[in-house]
Design a binder for this molecule. Sequence first.
Ligand SMILES: [Zn+2]
Length: 68
Amino acid sequence: MFSVHCPRHGKRVLLAPDGIEALVNDGGSIAVRWVCWCGARGTERFGRGDAETSPIACPLDADPSRIN
Ligand SMILES: [Zn+2]
């Protein structure tokens, strides 16, 4: 799940992964082309440091000392 600002809803909505139309690598940031379940389409950019939420879990950040 990831959240985008849907202009038709006028607020942030949660979209399922099948709401992703395409992932675009946009020179250091990742843009997600999405389609909302209300029919609106848009693009959400997930740059490093300025994303409110990350659409991608990063297991590499896990602390290895906690894995037993
Ligand atoms: Zn919507």
